[in-house]
Design a protein around this ligand. Sequence first.
Ligand SMILES: Nc1ncnc2c1ncn2[C@@H]1O[C@H](COP(=O)(O)OP(=O)(O)OP(=O)(O)O)[C@@H](O)[C@H]1O
Length: 240
Amino acid sequence: MLETRNLTAGYGAITVLWDLSVTFREGALTTIVGPNGAGKTTLLRALTGLIPHQGEILLSGTPLKGKGLMKTWDLVAEGLVMVPEGRLVFRDMSVEENLCLGAYPTRCRGRLSSNLERMYTLFPRLKERRHQFAGSLSGGEAQMVAMGRGLMAEPRILLIDEPSLGLAPVMVKEVFDIIRRLKAEGTTIVLIEQNTSVALSVADDVHLMRSGKVIFSQAAADVNLDHLHDLYFAREGQAA
Ligand SMILES: Nc1ncnc2c1ncn2[C@@H]1O[C@H](COP(=O)(O)OP(=O)(O)OP(=O)(O)O)[C@@H](O)[C@H]1O
């Protein structure tokens, strides 16, 4: 459903992703793991049009460039939605205002009220705090707002960047229960996660990135965690 072919991208003169080819299957949860600086977030930024790229990104078999889909808002309109890392929320807006911002694509504006109710069913805590400033939420609650805001755009493909970062174990469990539920509902999910055990517990497919490349890909059910960790922690130059 979503695929890159020889994707090269970075920041100005700095190339981060090198000739990266990877496929994200429809309806599957694909996790990307890898050490700090491997380029995982950069990959999501390229996929969502936040940074320019060379090579191809294909959505349902058609190159984005060919479809004229290069801008982030056009991609969101197509159902490609990212929940950024760091629980980026609008701190001076209420929980509900943050959620409503996610509903800007024309195709889902008519369902704003029903989608809002759905978010409050998924995240009952947010209903209690709907009028609270997002800046006053705990890390886990802010993560829920970021996810809820993404879901308000009715994603076909949801890209989630490090949802467990800085959260207490009980919050990690809550957030991953939601991710499992979204997967069961059929949403295609790409999950960036540093916690390999947690990632493997929900994933169908796993890719390991190092130095801007995918160096290992396997069905999650077949992954040997020790082997994955050997590759993950190998010193530069030993990884492949
Ligand atoms: N805005 C930017 N300008 C220049 N370089 C950047 C920028 N953002 C990221 N980089 C660099 O790109 C490389 C990959 O960063 P990226 O955030 O994609 O890695 P990551 O795998 O997501 O790491 P982490 O797990 O630490 O979040 C790093 O060397 C980083 O310093």
